[in-house]
Write a protein that binds this ligand. Structure first.
Ligand code: PLP
Length: 387
């Protein structure tokens, strides 16, 4: 016990000294892109509620009606008696939305990535992942026991080099990427990746957590936008970000879906999502199709915000609603975030190990609720600090 206490103390002290200590900031509530904390209101630039749907009356009403009809908790896992018809309705709608044969709902994106990857691959297999892949994918790969090969961010020459070198040594092989990278806001060359996966006999798994609801003609994501639905084996995405609900899905073949029901441990051994949350996710899919203007407005605002920052000589990345401003130095990033908070912008510094060392940044996460005036004021505040 003494040594654990010591270890905890050392860890906390070290993290604090290096400006790397993570802390929580309880919010009162969020509405129209404004959060309340420290008895003050802030413009929220840190949420993934990209379309502002978490507060939409249509979704609230769907939840309220479902609570009255079904009650609260689902009471059991899907394989016991926690499998409601409404779960299947949602899965059918997701498959239509993603233009695939089938879909399976998971309790969160984290659980989906961990459960699916570890169910499908094992120690005789290879997984090729982008270096900047989300932690939940990394954990799924670790749990699978497959050999991991990381390629440079969005660098298909490097990926092909690795495939050429080692693909033949393994039984199955998977390529995994995000369609919009969470900390960089950019997209992979998906079409070329599909060609590579076909050439080298691999499967392709994409995480559309930040793309679902935002990209594509019907808002289904980047895979839809690029017309690749029938050439990607596993399309995973979440309901908790742009869709304003909670949980996750994988869209795939009917046979793969059946296999996962039997093998994905995070699916089997966890109480299913409450029916009211499922009802919200269904309502959200309807709304996304009906209101394309939300995503159009969001992406236009993001483009113009990125251009404003670039014109001020700042280093920004991405081509989506996520606009990362790369500061580099951790201490500077923390200071800048604090200054912006003092001015009423809720921005949190993103530091290693979430991003590579030397690439500390502010991640401006734009939403439907931010208007041009707000974003202009934010850009001014950011550039002022630099001078
Ligand atoms: C948020 C996120 C997840 C996890 O999804 P949750 O539903 O929040 O657990 C997975 N992958 C990526 C890329 C994410 O950004």
């Amino acid at each position: 016990m003494e040594s654990l206490k010591q270890e905890i103390e050392n860890f906390l002290r070290k993290r604090e000294e290096q400006n790397l200590l993570r802390t929580l900031h309880p919010m009162g509530h969020r509405s129209r892109g404004i959060v309340r904390t420290n008895n003050k209101e802030y413009i929220d630039l840190s949420s993934n509620d990209y379309l502002g749907l978490s507060q939409h009356p249509f979704l609230k009403e769907a939840a309220a009606l479902a609570v009255i009809k079904y009650g609260l908790g689902s009471g059991a896992s899907r394989l016991l008696s926690g499998d409601f018809e409404i779960h299947h309705q949602l899965e059918k709608e997701v498959a239509e939305f993603k233009n695939t044969e089938s879909a399976l709902v998971f309790n969160s994106g984290y659980q989906a990535n961990v459960g699916i990857l570890s169910a499908l691959y094992g120690k005789n297999d290879a997984i090729f992942s982008d270096r900047l892949i989300h932690a939940s994918i990394v954990d799924g790969i670790l749990l699978s026991g497959a050999r991991l090969f990381r390629f440079h961010h969005n660098d298909l020459n490097h990926l092909e080099h690795l495939l050429k070198k080692v693909r033949s040594r393994f039984e199955k092989a998977l390529i995994v990427t995000e369609t919009v990278f969470s900390m960089d806001g950019d997209r992979p060359p998906l079409k070329d990746m599909v060609e590579l996966k076909e050439k080298y006999c691999c499967e392709l798994y994409v995480d559309e957590a930040h793309a679902t609801g935002v990209f594509g003609e019907h808002g289904s994501g980047v895979v839809e936008e690029e017309g690749l639905s029938n050439r990607v084996d596993f399309i995973m995405g979440t309901f908790g970000k742009a869709l304003g609900g909670f949980g996750a899905y994988v869209a795939c073949s009917e046979r793969a879906m059946r296999y996962l029901i039997n093998t994905a441990r995070s699916f089997i051994y966890s109480t299913s999502l409450p029916p009211a949350i499922i009802a919200v996710n269904r309502a959200s899919l309807q709304l996304i199709k009906k209101e394309p203007d939300r995503r159009k407005k969001l992406l236009t605002a993001a483009d113009s915000f990125r251009t404003i920052l670039q014109n001020k000589g700042l280093t920004v990345r991405g081509s989506s609603q996520i606009v990362p401003f790369i500061v580099g130095d951790t201490e500077k990033t923390v200071k800048l975030a604090r200054m912006l908070q003092e001015r009423g912008f809720w921005v949190v510094p993103i530091r290693p190990p979430t991003v590579p060392p030397g690439e500390a940044r502010l991640r401006f996460s734009l939403t439907y609720d931010h208007n041009e005036k707000t974003l202009g004021a934010l850009a001014d505040a950011v550039s002022e600090y630099r001078i």
